[in-house]
Ligand binder design. Sequence first.
Ligand SMILES: Nc1nc2c(c(=O)[nH]1)N[C@H]1C(S)=C(S)[C@@H](COP(=O)(O)O)O[C@H]1N2
Ligand SMILES: [Mo]
Length: 377
Amino acid sequence: MERASPARPAGTLIESPDITPEELQLAVRNHSMPLEALRYAITPVGLHYLLIHFDIPMVDASNFELAIGGHVRKPLRLTLDQIRSRPAKTLAVTLECAGNGRARLSPRPLSQPWLVEAVGTAEWTGTSLSAVLDEAGLREGAAEVVFTGLDRGIQGGVDQFYERSLSIADAMRDEVLLVYAINGLPLPPQHGFPLRLIVPGWYGMTHVKWLRSIMVIDREFAGFQQASAYHFRTKDGDPGAPVTRMLPRALMVPPGVPDFMSRTRFIDPSAVVIEGRAWSGCAPITGVDFSPDGGASWVAAALEDSDSPYAWRRWTIRWDAARMGDFELCVRASDAAGNVQPIETSWNLEGVQNNAVQRVRVVVGAAEARQAAADSL
Ligand SMILES: Nc1nc2c(c(=O)[nH]1)N[C@H]1C(S)=C(S)[C@@H](COP(=O)(O)O)O[C@H]1N2
Ligand SMILES: [Mo]
């Protein structure tokens, strides 16, 4: 089904730094994680970022059934109780939206205008997807598994249920879960109640919420969110590379206290410990570097272990903020696959995978200067 496009469809390139009403509309629905929440290893549920393309469906768990079918020997229908009575597994997993960093691009593709904090880490509890697929029995020629949500809307002129696919090999990995709980509580509506997919290491779009069906197909899935969206393309018509696993990123808790409007940070002259978290979906994080001078010089931060290979790692570094003045703090992560966060954004049409380094403006000693000025009156 094709529908008329709105006046400014997603992907329209915006030259102005001003946020449009359409972006504001998305931004108030889909919030990011406040950076101070990087202090928690496990993000409290209400602080975890959210991304919802269409509307949050209201689901009655008492008559919910997940359908598993398509290219399988034995199609299944599972109630929530049946899913919850299967062997359970809990994993701490960091999720990041593929569009994180989009608002920093220039020109900026019209879509959810994330800065840098579209991320969160939760303890997800669910049951193994591969065990369910084994029970259904993949038939000869099975190629991909399609995950369909209950939420419907129009994007790119296409009327669709939100759906994404995985290759059989990716779907059968041990860590891929059908999840019904977050941080020990049933999923709240906004995170996919009653059931969602979790694919550790992959960007957010893969983790289909409000699952209604899992269909095995014998060809490549051509759905909008798979074949059209989520590709790294620099020009129209370019087939592009599909977005899959999260590139490395480190974020810091901005030190000191913020100015209400600009969020510029103010700190007293002293030695401070800067802390943050770093993650990559490609390979383990091997290093985090900190720069107190906008990227002119870098020093290695101390990295802590993480309880889960799929969750971010804490890092700390002491910064001697003895000198009064303006500073631009930067942080950058690298992983064991050789990926290093770039200094500059890598521009693309959808504004995906922009993992350029975080920059935080800090003013040291302004409070003292203000106090001294007040004292001298
Ligand atoms: N059914 C459905 N699943 C979805 C989405 C959606 O709009 N509908 N958004 C995806 C995207 S783009 C992201 S980044 C993650 C966000 O998950 P969260 O809101 O639980 O943080 O959910 C993914 N799963
Ligand atoms: Mo996303």
